[in-house]
Design a protein around this ligand. Sequence first.
Ligand code: FSO
Ligand code: SF4
Length: 551
Amino acid sequence: MFCEQCEQTASGDGCHQWGACGKSPEVNTTQDILVYCLRGVAPIVLTAKKLGINTHDLDVFTCESLFATMTNVNFNSKRFTNYIQQCLEKREQLKAQIQAISPENAHWSELSNYQPNWDESLVTQGQEAALPFLSQIDHNIDVFSLKLTVLYGIKGAASYTFHAYELGQEDDVVYTFIHEALAAIDRDDLDLPDWVDLALKVGEINLRAMELLDQGHTSTYGHPIPTHVPLNPRLGKAILVSGHDIKQLCAILEQTANTGLTVYTHGELLPAHGYPRLKEKYPHFYGHYGTAWQNQTKDFHRFPGAIIVTTNCLMPPHETYEEKLFTVGPVGYPGLNYLAANEQGNVDYSPVIAKANSLPGFTEESEPRQVMVGFAHNTVLSVADTVIEAVKQGKIRHFFLVGGCDGAKPGRSYYTEFVEKVPEDCIVLTLACGKFRFFDKNLGQIGELPRLMDVGQCNDAYSAIQIALGLANAFEVGVNDLPLSMILSWYEQKAVAVLLTLLYLGIKNIRLGPTLPAFISPNVFKLLSDHYHLQAITTPEADLAACLSGA
Ligand code: FSO
Ligand code: SF4
C-alpha cells in the first residue's frame, strides 16, 4: 500500500505497511480502485453534462464516495467494494445514455472502460490501479506533488459539497469542477504552472462549496449566536453525537424528543449548540462531552450511553465500547453497527435509542463547567464597529486565528502554548478540533469582547474567511494589511482544501504545522513560500514575535 494523504503519515513520508490511522492495506487498495474508477467516470460525466444529460446522481455519488476515502472516515473494505460496484453500474448507464443521443461522443479511454476482475482479489488489482499514478513520482516529482494536492483538496471539497447537498444547497459549477479535477489527474499535457492554477482553482471551488454549506446551516438552523455550553453532564440516560453532520444531529434530536434521553455533542459537533433553532426546539440538547477526536477511545469508553459517529474522525474502536457505537453516512468500520439511510435519505435512530436506554446514563453530578460557542461571521461582524473602535483606541493590538485539526503528535502542544502566550491586548479566534487544546481556558475579555472566540467547526472555515474579509472591508484595507495572523494546524484533506482556499484568496504569511504535508515537494513548498510566504511553524515565542511585528 501507499498513502500519504494525512499529517500522521508513517515516518512523515507515507504509510506503506499499514496506515498509522489504522487503515489496512486491503481498505487502502479498495479506496485506490474506487478513486481510479471515479477518475474514469469523470470524463463521461463531463461529456454527459455538455450534452445536457442530468448527471446529478453521479455528482452526489462522487462526492459521497470521495468523502468516504478521507482519513478516519471508513475502514470497511466491503463498503468500498460496494461503492466500486455502484460506480461502475452508474458509469455504464451514463455511457448508454450518451450512446443513445450522441454516438459520435461515446468513445472512452481504457480508464473509462476499466473493469476489475471480480473473480480475483481486489487487493492485487488495486495495486495495479494505483501504480500508474505512483509511477509518475519518478517522472516529475513536483507535478506529482501537485496532482496529489489537487486530489486531496478535491476530497475535502467533496465532503463539504456532500454536507451542503444534504441541506439542499447545490451548485453545478462545483460538481463540474470536481469531475474536471478528477479527469485532469490522468492528463499528461499539463505542466507545473497549469497544476498550480488547478490547485488554486480547487481553493476557489472549495470556497463556493463552503459558502453553500454555510447557507445550508444558517438557512436551516439560524445564524449561530453566543451560547454557553455545559461541559458537566446532567443526570440521566444519554446519547453522544460525534463528527460534523448537523443535519444528522438534528434528526437524532427530533427522534429523541420526549424520550427522556439527553443528547450531548462530541468533538466537532460542539459548535452546533450555537444554532438557535436547535437550542430553542430541543431542550434535551444539553451539553458537550470529551475533547478532540484522538481522545475518543478514552471519551467513548467512559460515556455511559450510546454513541453515534456521523463523519470523521473515527478511530478503530476498542472492544470496551464498540457495542454502544453506531455509524451513519459515509462512516464505517467492519463489524460496527451501521445505520443505513432509507431511499428518502432518512436514518432510523431507534437502535441507538434502545441502546441508550439499556445503559446506565449519568448517575452522579459533577462540578458545573462551561464554554462559549457561536462566534460565527454574523455575530462577529455585527460588532465590527466595536472591534474597529477598540483597535483604533489601541485596546486590541492584534487578532490571531488559531485553527485547524488536532492530532496525537506531541508537536501539537505548540498551539496550546501559542494561545497561552498571546498578549492580553490580542484576540484569539479559533475553529475546528484543534481548539480542544485550549477551548476551556478563560482568557477574559477586552471590553465587551471575549478574548477567545469559537468560530465553529473546520466546516465553518468559510465563517472565519468572511470575518477576515468583513473586517478588511470595514477597515478599508486589504486582508493582508489587517492586524491578523493565521496559525493553522492540519491533519486531513478538508484542511488541504481550506489551505488552498486561503491561498486562492491571496492570504499571505500563513503559518502551518505541526509538520508540512509529506505530499508537498520541496520545490512546490518553495513556490508557495515565495508567492504566499506560507511558512512552517517554529516556536510559539518566535512566531508570536514575528506576527506582532507584521511578518
Ligand atoms: Fe478535526 Fe477530524 Fe474537523 Fe478534520 S475531527 S480533524 S479537518 O477530520 O474535520 O477538524
Ligand atoms: Fe497513513 Fe494518513 Fe493514509 Fe491513514 S490516511 S494510511 S495515516 S497517510
